[in-house]
Design a protein around this ligand. Structure first.
Ligand SMILES: [Fe+2]
Ligand SMILES: [Fe+2]
Length: 476
């Protein structure tokens, strides 16, 4: 069943992203949508129109209508810039060249060697490679800089920098999935960018090299306009450049620890099995179908006979993606059951849980990089944590009793303990020999001050009040 997307209700109207630069694409509602841009260079009576990555044939009618809406029925396209050879990037240029036989194609030689098979007129081709300075000036005085981004994801890929408006068109680099409303990227958009980049970029070496070239453009870009997903502006430009710089992508992921990967695959399948056994069949079906992307994007999980046998992005992140899709739009009860199940299975398999976000908001999908643990911890420290400095002894028996009394059910009791454990750094758990929630239940007391500090902080955050004297400062 196709997931409802905000794109279904947003009309594909042209949208001006900067002065005289319009998004003229088509909102399809698919996981992956194509951005097409129209740049108008204007001076006095002179008007030059350039399409940037004119998109795939399936979007042509809407793109053409949008161009007309911006330029009027009597429009003309003078240039098409093409980042790389993929049909989703530039196939429509051939239709536009049939309408406007003088339209010139600007692209790298490596790209031209392939796109020429679309049937372009070879006399109407301008190789980027011709410009040694990589800079051109339009007749209207506007300056454009070509920024080759080799192997991101094709050897002939080239970004285009509009110096006047400080907009950098990056093709697939910085591209992301269409998973939330709006044109502009925010923190949540990283999730879809990360998935797309991990699937399509070959290796971090290539990405880092391209980002180095982008860092050198002057003035620095105010806007990054990729061919998929959101437009990146303001503080998110440098923020996402920094994030992408250290991201393992493509072949880098083949270096993921094999034991860790197989543990995660075990965890995915155990969670799926348990959902089938313990939770409603209908919920199982909806959760299972949410693991599949639509035909616009490669599957993240390889599945056979309802079993996952391969994960195509970083496994820790795949777990967050899985949780986002699993927890979204479930009732509070089902959410609690699922959270419990997931924590139980991950803890049993000794997989880290401290960076997982289990509090998935239905309206958005959260990124695992939003480390809710440290945020909550620092908030509480300022507000209402018990004075930890004086506490050198903690009665865990009494604490567990308190949790059970307050939560009223065994299941929630265990979940609460797991959630407290999530607030404790792995090294602190390890030195106290706590590897699962069962180990925690076996504890009677501790005088490890760090351990005490984290338990108190975590308990107070989750219970929502200070711990009473019966738990603090008591010896057994
Ligand atoms: Fe591509
Ligand atoms: Fe693309």
């Amino acid at each position: 069943m196709k997931k409802p997307s905000i794109s279904d209700v947003i009309a594909s109207e042209p949208f001006e992203i900067a002065k005289n630069i319009y998004w003229v694409g088509k909102k399809t509602g698919n996981d992956l949508e194509m951005n097409v841009f129209l740049r108008i260079f204007e001076k006095g009576k002179q008007k030059i129109n350039m399409l940037i990555d004119p998109g795939p044939p399936s979007d042509f009618d809407i793109i053409e209508q949008n161009v007309k809406k911006v330029l009027g029925n009597d429009y003309k396209i003078h240039f098409a810039f093409i980042n790389h050879q993929d049909p989703d990037v530039g196939y429509n240029a051939i239709y536009f060249q049939r309408y406007f036989p003088n339209m010139q194609i600007i692209t790298m030689e490596d790209t031209w060697r392939l796109i020429k098979f679309y049937g372009f007129n070879p006399k109407r081709y301008i190789p980027v490679d011709r410009f040694k300075s990589r800079t051109i000036k339009m007749i209207t005085g506007h300056k454009l800089v070509f920024v080759p981004t080799p192997y991101c994801h094709f050897r002939g890929a080239c970004a285009l920098y509009d110096v006047t408006e400080r907009v950098l068109f990056t093709g697939d680099l910085f591209g992301g999935l269409s998973d939330s409303p709006g044109f502009y990227a925010d923190e949540q958009s990283w999730s879809g960018i990360k998935i797309f980049q991990q699937i399509y970029m070959p290796t971090n070496i290539a990405v880092e090299n391209a980002l180095g070239a982008i860092k050198r453009v002057d003035p620095s870009p105010a806007l990054i306009a990729p061919q998929h997903g959101k437009i990146i502006k303001n503080e998110f430009v440098n923020h996402f450049i920094a994030k992408l710089k250290t991201l393992a992508v493509g072949l880098d992921l083949a270096d993921q620890n094999k034991i860790l990967v197989s543990q995660y695959i075990k965890a995915f399948n155990a969670i799926i099995q348990q959902i089938k056994l313990k939770i409603d069949k209908e919920i199982y079906d909806s959760i299972f179908s949410a693991l599949f992307t639509d035909e616009s994007f490669p599957e993240i999980f390889s599945i056979k006979d309802e079993e996952i046998y391969e994960v195509k992005i970083a496994v820790e992140y795949a777990m967050q993606f899985f949780l986002n899709n699993t927890l979204k739009n479930q009732s509070d009860q089902v959410k609690r059951d699922l959270q419990f199940l997931v924590l139980h299975i991950l803890t049993d398999l000794n997989l880290p849980t401290e960076n997982l976000n289990l509090e998935v908001d239905d309206a958005t999908t959260n990124s695992p990089d939003d480390n809710f643990i440290s945020e909550e911890a620092s908030d509480l420290k300022e507000e209402n944590t018990s004075d930890e400095t004086n506490i050198s002894h903690l009665n865990i028996r009494n604490l567990l009793q308190l949790i059970e009394d307050e939560s009223g059910s065994d299941k929630f009791n265990e979940l609460t303990v797991l959630r407290i454990m999530l607030k404790i750094p792995p090294d602190v758990l390890k030195r106290n020999k706590v590897n699962s929630y069962d180990d925690f239940f076996q504890l009677e007391e501790t005088d490890d001050v760090d351990f005490i500090k984290y338990i108190i902080r975590g308990s107070e955050q989750i219970l929502g009040h200070r711990l009473p004297e019966s738990v603090l400062n008591q010896e057994i």
